[in-house]
Design a protein around this ligand. Structure first.
Ligand SMILES: Cc1ncc(C[n+]2csc(CCOP(=O)(O)OP(=O)(O)O)c2C)c(N)n1
Ligand SMILES: [Mg+2]
Length: 310
């Protein structure tokens, strides 16, 4: 979590230089969902994500160099410099991809689960998406298909209460709970505190046990909060779609600081250990940004590469 946090904070700082020429959706404040889920997964379990994918990619073990080079549009980026922040991929760790189409990867992850089942493989297909994605038809179609075919899929809804500037209260009836929608469609489901990394980890473990024992797909709704604007590195509480008070309440529930305090209190980690980790991560990301800036852009002769299947 600390690595994701520091990487994001540094990228937010570098973003102002305008050398990363792609929209970036930061996940600061939401790190516990990425880490709690991915820590419980096996290497062969696959992950797919959405526009806010940095945390999921890094937590699954995606290459930081590949990610940063991609943000700078460089040819050795994880999507060859063509996708940018919203299209991260690292097949070596079974991070199968992310797209900018809200809910777009949900059916793809269901297809992966279907494939796993047909091939009699034990791996689980995991897909992260936001609360806004549950307003797309694809969400319902995908849950229905996964339940009908008893597929090994774990749906993780990162419920941060907003879709861009629209709070959940203007988008869904207040009496409706996302995890109960899944339950009404026959899935096992649970709502958890997505800022509590241990709760996320334990919930994922039991969800995986359920999937592995043949109970079919499972949905976890993890409540959390994004700290900065929908897209970009700035704080935007002053523009009126959410209150400073609400934001400050969530800052109190900072997943990284809360867990750090717990580790210190339980003497699982020392202040020195955490301080050293902080310095190492800071050096790592600064070195990677320096390296990424020096890499070449893709050659214009490659413009049409990958557009059509050969
Ligand atoms: C199909 C589709 N509709 C609209 C958009 C524009 N859009 C991009 S992100 C976003 C908000 C999605 O909210 P949520 O799923 O809750 O994710 P969050 O940004 O909160 O992480 C929207 C509407 C899009 N990219 N794709
Ligand atoms: Mg949201």
């Amino acid at each position: 979590m600390l690595r994701i946090r520091i990487v994001e904070e540094e990228l937010m700082r570098y973003y102002a230089e305008q050398e990363m020429r792609c929209p970036v959706h930061f996940c600061v404040g939401q790190e516990a969902v990425s880490v709690g889920v991915c820590q419980a997964l096996a290497h062969d379990d696959s992950v797919m994500s959405s526009h806010r994918c940095h945390g999921h990619y890094l937590a699954k073990g995606g290459s930081l160099k590949g990610m940063v080079a991609e943000l700078y549009g460089k040819s050795s980026g994880c999507a060859s410099g063509r996708g940018g922040s919203m299209h991260l991929i690292d097949l070596s760790v079974n991070f199968l991809g992310a797209t900018s189409i809200v809910a777009g990867t949900i059916p793809i992850a269901v297809g992966v689960g279907f494939s796993n089942k047909l091939k009699d493989e034990q791996s689980v297909s995991v897909v992260f998406f936001g609360d806004g994605a549950t307003e797309e038809g694809l969400f319902y179609e995908s849950l229905n298909f996964a339940e009908l075919h008893n597929l090994p899929v774990l749906f993780v809804c990162e419920h941060n209460f907003y879709s861009v500037y629209s709070p959940i209260s203007v988008r869904q009836p207040s009496s409706r709970d996302i995890y109960k929608v899944a339950a009404s469609m026959g899935l096992d489901s649970i709502r958890i505190d997505g800022n509590d990394v241990e709760a996320v980890y334990l919930a994922t473990q039991s969800a995986l046990e359920s999937v592995h024992s043949g109970n079919g797909p499972y949905l976890i709704e993890a409540t959390t909060y994004r700290w900065v604007e929908h897209c970009g590195p700035n704080y935007d509480n002053h523009i009126g779609y959410r209150s400073e008070e609400e934001y400050l309440n969530w800052r109190e529930k900072d997943p990284v600081a809360t867990f750090e305090e717990k580790l210190l209190k339980d003497t699982c980690a020392s202040k020195e250990f955490i301080g050293t980790a902080r310095q190492q991560i800071l050096k790592e990301i600064r070195d990677v940004v320096d390296y990424a800036k020096r890499l070449p852009f893709p050659d214009s002769s490659e413009l049409a590469k990958g557009v059509y299947a050969s």
